[in-house]
Structure formats: structure tokens, C-alpha cells
Design a binder for this molecule. Structure first.
Ligand SMILES: Cc1ncc(COP(=O)(O)O)c(C=O)c1O
Length: 349
């Protein structure tokens, strides 16, 4: 079954019978300020896309990693991973036991981007959930997914915590997936990717990076995986020759090396997030608020009712799957003005 995400404005517009153009859409964690699209050379459209050495060098510098590879959005890879892991484990076990592993286990955050759960469930894995602390006991050959920072909860794990988990995964020959889709808003030390080079060459650790969120270009469909050489080659092979379009390759190559734009973007997002946090506290009955520079999640005693009130006033946010909170994407300056007006209209009812 398709999972409900933010960004499906036409569905709510129809439900509430308000034209799409009148909505204030804050339903995703995509930056409201996009990297300016440069002039794209004709060849980027005309030729079949090729991944240049320069793009790889630029991405390696940005993600501080020895090996990385572009994919058509990290979602494209999330869907492929169960099959890749099954294949790897089958290969390893054919000499030992042709029956392969009957039980497959995946450990995931209970609250978090649901596509991971869906992918491993479809892949035939038994799901186990954790939340505040990382798993300390896992089955052999299993899979552990960490979403760092968590979406929608914003909570994070430290490098030390991740290293302890990585040791456990290594002992148990398990795959560790660290989804850093929103990690661009933190200092480079936050990411696990620089630590990949300190691990055994055979380590099964993948760091997934989304390009669309921080750079505000989710429609380009590009992301990166950082891993060891073997995993990069496998992902390259299964992705096929032209998985990422030429314009996405061209734009991401520019954006990933544009440090001035990145620093400005971070400042802008932090400022907007701080102003917005105060606004939400002032206008909504917030029980608890968790925020970062790309989204704000507020817990309310009756989140579905507040969600409905917001929708009736053409403010579209994400009601979380747990129905206990609302996630707001960061508003641009003009969106913030609209948000203030609409929230004050709700309060005065
Ligand atoms: C935690 C997380 N990971 C991965 C993705 C997939 O993003 P993309 O395919 O644009 O890289 C999302 C999208 O919302 C996400 O929230």
C-alpha cells in the first residue's frame, strides 16, 4: 500500500474544496529556498547522462568520504536494499547451507520515515522496533536502520553510539543503514560517512544522503550513498547506466561545491525555524516541540482536530502517522506572513 507523505497537496485541496493555489503548503521537510538553477548546457539534456569523475570528487569532499555514488534520490535505494542484502547473504551462504537463512530480521525506529519499514517488510523481514536507544541485541545477518536525525522526531544519535552499534553489526554480520537525509543542517562532524574509512574494508555500512531537502530541489531526484568500494560498485551495477538524469548531475555538482550558498542557506533556515517556533508556541496549544532547521514537530493533546482546523484555513502540514503530532516544514519569509495571519484567524474563532 502506498504510504502517505507530505507534499500531496491535490488530495487535501480536493478534500477541503479549497483551490490548490490558495494553500500554504508546509507539509514536507524540503527547504523553502532552492539552490538557484544554473544555465544547464544543452548536452546535459541531449546526451545520455554520465557520472563524471569531477562530480564524484565534489561529492566525496562534501560528504567527507572515500567512496560514494549518486542515486535517483535516496528513496530509490531504500527500495532496492532488501534485494541487495538478500543477494549478498545468499551468495555468502551457498557453500555452507543451500537453504539460506529462513528467518530475516530488520531493526528500525518505531517512529520514522515509513518507507524503510515498508521496504524490509516487503522483502520478507520480520520487523523489530526501537526508539530512544539503539538496539543492543540483534540477530545474525539482520539489518539495522538508523534515521539520523529522525524524521519527524528530530532526535539524533552520536558518533559514539553509532560506532557501538556498528561493532555489534559487524559481530553479527548485519547490515547497518544510516539514513542522513536531513544531516546537511549539522556540522560535518555529525555525519558517520568520514568514519567509513576507519572500518574493515568488508564492512556492511551504508550512509544515505538526500540532496533534495537541504538544497530545496527534491524534484531533481538525486541523492548519494556513501559506503565501501564493494557496496558502491554493487549499487552502481544495479542502478544501471543512466539512473540519474543529466540536469540533476550538473546541478548537484555545482551545488555541492558552492560553500557560500550552503552557509547562507543554513543561516536562513535556522533563522526562519527559530521565528516559526515562537509563532507556533504563541498560537497553538503546544505540549512539546522538537525542531531543527528543516522541520518542526509539535505534540498536541488533539493533533487531528488541530490538523483539521489548519486545513480549513488552507494551512497544509503533516499529521504524523501516530496522530499525536504535526510536522511543519520551514516557511519562507512570505509564507511566514501568511502563516501568522491564518493562525491568528484560527485563534480568534
Ligand atoms: C528520512 C528520509 N529518508 C529518505 C527520504 C527520501 O528522500 P529522497 O528520495 O528525496 O532522497 C526521505 C523523504 O522524505 C526521508 O524523510
Amino acid at each position: 500500500m502506498a504510504i502517505l507523505h507530505g507534499g500531496q497537496l491535490s488530495r487535501v485541496a480536493k478534500q477541503y474544496q479549497i483551490p490548490e493555489k490558495d494553500w500554504l503548503d508546509l507539509s514536507t521537510g524540503i527547504a523553502p529556498f532552492s539552490y538557484p538553477i544554473p544555465d544547464i548546457p544543452q548536452q546535459a539534456w541531449q546526451n545520455l547522462p554520465t557520472i563524471s569523475e569531477n562530480l564524484i570528487e565534489v561529492a566525496k569532499a562534501y560528504y567527507q568520504t572515500q567512496y560514494c555514488w549518486p542515486v535517483a534520490g535516496s528513496q530509490a535505494l531504500i527500495e532496492k536494499l532488501p534485494e541487495l542484502w538478500n543477494d549478498k547473504k545468499k551468495y555468502l551462504h551457498t557453500n555452507v547451507n543451500s537453504d539460506f537463512i529462513l528467518e530475516r530480521h530488520a531493526y528500525l525506529p518505531k517512529v520514522g520515515y515509513k518507507e524503510h519499514q515498508q521496504a524490509w517488510c516487503k522483502g520478507g523481514y520480520q520487523l523489530h522496533f526501537y526508539q530512544d536507544s539503539l538496539p543492543t541485541d540483534i540477530e545474525e545477518n539482520s539489518v539495522v536502520v538508523v534515521i539520523n536525525p529522525n524524521n519527524p522526531l528530530t532526535d539524533t544519535f552520536t558518533i559514539d553510539q553509532l560506532k557501538t552499534l556498528q561493532n555489534l553489526c559487524e559481530q553479527q554480520q548485519a547490515l547497518l543503514i544510516i539514513d542522513e537525509a536531513f544531516a546537511d543542517i549539522f556540522t560535518p562532524e555529525f555525519s558517520f560517512s568520514p568514519h567509513l574509512s576507519t572500518l574493515k574494508q568488508t564492512a556492511d555500512v551504508l550512509v544515505l544522503r538526500s540532496f533534495g531537502k537541504f538544497f530545496g530541489l527534491a524534484g531533481l531526484r538525486v541523492g548519494f550513498v556513501c559506503s565501501n568500494k564493494h557496496w558502491c560498485e554493487t549499487i552502481q551495477e544495479v542502478s544501471g547506466p543512466w539512473a540519474v538524469n543529466g540536469a540533476a548531475l550538473f546541478i548537484s555538482e555545482q551545488a555541492l561545491q558552492d560553500r557560500t550558498w550552503q552557509a547562507n542557506q543554513l543561516k536562513r533556515l535556522q533563522t526562519q525555524s527559530e521565528v516559526m517556533q515562537e509563532l507556533l508556541k504563541a498560537y497553538l496549544p503546544v505540549l512539546r516541540m522538537e525542531a531543527n532547521a528543516l522541520f518542526i514537530t509539535i505534540f498536541l493533546s488533539d493533533a487531528p482536530v488541530v490538523y483539521q482546523q489548519l486545513c480549513e484555513n488552507a494551512i497544509y502540514v503533516r499529521l504524523t502517522d501516530e496522530n499525536d503530532s504535526l510536522r511543519f516544514g520551514i516557511a519562507s519569509t512570505s509564507q511566514l506572513e501568511k502563516l501568522t495571519l491564518r493562525l491568528s484567524a484560527i485563534r480568534s474563532i
